[in-house]
Design a protein around this ligand. Sequence first.
Ligand SMILES: Cc1cc2nc3c(=O)[nH]c(=O)nc-3n(C[C@H](O)[C@H](O)[C@H](O)COP(=O)(O)OP(=O)(O)OC[C@H]3O[C@@H](n4cnc5c(N)ncnc54)[C@H](O)[C@@H]3O)c2cc1C
Length: 471
Amino acid sequence: MAENYDYDVLVIGAGPGGYVAAIRAAQLGLKTACAEGRETLGGTCLNVGCIPSKALLHASEYFEAAASGRMAAMGVKVTPELDLPTMQGQRIDAVKGLTGGIEFLFKKNKVDWLKGYATFKDAHTVDVAGKSVTARNIVIATGSSVTPLPGVEIDNDPGNKNGGVVVDSTGALELTAVPKKMVVIGGGVIGLELGSVWRRLGAEVTVVEFLDQLLPGMDGEVRKEAGRIFKKQGMTLKLSTKVTGVTVKGRKATVTVEPAAGCATEKLEADVVLVSIGRRPNTEGLGLDKIGLELNARGQIETDHDFATKVDGVWAVGDVIPGPMLAHKAEDEGIAVAENIAGLTGIVNHEVIPGVVYTMPEIAGVGLTEEAARQRGPVKVGKFPMLANSRAKTNHEPDGFVKVIADAQTDRVLGVWCIAAVAGTMIAQAAQAMEFGATSEDIAYTCHAHPTHSEAIKEAAMAVTGKPIHI
Ligand SMILES: Cc1cc2nc3c(=O)[nH]c(=O)nc-3n(C[C@H](O)[C@H](O)[C@H](O)COP(=O)(O)OP(=O)(O)OC[C@H]3O[C@@H](n4cnc5c(N)ncnc54)[C@H](O)[C@@H]3O)c2cc1C
């Protein structure tokens, strides 16, 4: 097919959006290449995001279970000793194994990896490491990077004079010692996950959040309960508080904060400051001006429903386009864009993208928050506490609840929210039910295995009509 071009499809960026698009395009018989500037494939997610953070969350959870006496309460007495180099080593191994796995998949599917950063010369030509490459279709999947905090310099390298003191998420994954005091700027998913890792390993963690609750964008009740749980776990939360400056002297930082409403300045001392106020799309250096592609007010590339940009033959997916910055959203868009390029119908239902915070307990949601659902019309809400779920109770995991929000007239499920030890796994059934247009009654009358945490979803669905059994 690629007669006049080197490739049918050239994908820029090998994160979950890009590598998945490239593999699916190749599976569909299209001659495909993927340009990646990083040394390894897998993008933010595999290299410095989802995977390494989960490697540390998983390991640190074991440490805390032992150190806090939770294991002793179940008859397993151990006195844990932290071996941070080994813990970090298994993080590095996990990343190596998975990024190498993508390289294997590229070879297996005959996707050419073009090593280097790509820049547009025109809508069908890019320059990669000084070489011109042409393609009938080009997919921009360049992802996102950390949003800087104006006036605050990030230096992740502990080898530098003040390095490793004010870090971003990448630096926070790579700390070589447990900080005594850590200040996390931003109470979103990444700040809470990485703050939890270092708190579990012994750091005193203070989270500074501008808004009046943690986890912006999530259901209000979930945000409130999450705040209560993180406080109970020992995090200090400074909500409705803004950071006005960070200064570094040697290996110590001072973070100046004040109430969001102004006045009454306070100074927080820290050994490590994690700046986690969000991420912004990667478009710099892409040469979008060469193809006449403009960004929206948030710096994102706009696409239509098929992931086509307004420039013929140029498509975009993942963190660089609007929507939640999540790996599975990027992956699904990667599959859809490849299918659309191949002339098939690739669709992503952006109404049903689950989001998960991988703390303990996990926090997960899909669909509308109760607040957003109520704005659309009357709703019925069913709730069930994990304390009344036999498995959670038996496993000593009493925190959290499940909440099902359904349309008051049609009973169609509009949103499901869970705080539970395995909420990230539980939310999949809610997403699937919603994708199939389920009512709360459909979930309530689906047989769930016993004893499982997922029974709480069934009970919350039963509670929508006021008839849960176990409470
Ligand atoms: C600490 C952390 C934890 C996270 N945890 C989770 C999680 O648990 N679950 C979840 O769903 N999401 C998580 N995320 C978010 C997730 O990593 C992103 O949503 C996802 O990686 C986006 O995929 P993408 O393909 O759009 O872009 P990216 O993964 O950012 O990949 C883009 C790639 O493009 C390359 N690139 C950029 N410009 C060019 C160019 N001009 N030429 C060639 N290559 C280029 C970059 O080097 C990069 O490798 C986390 C993120 C962070 C930082």
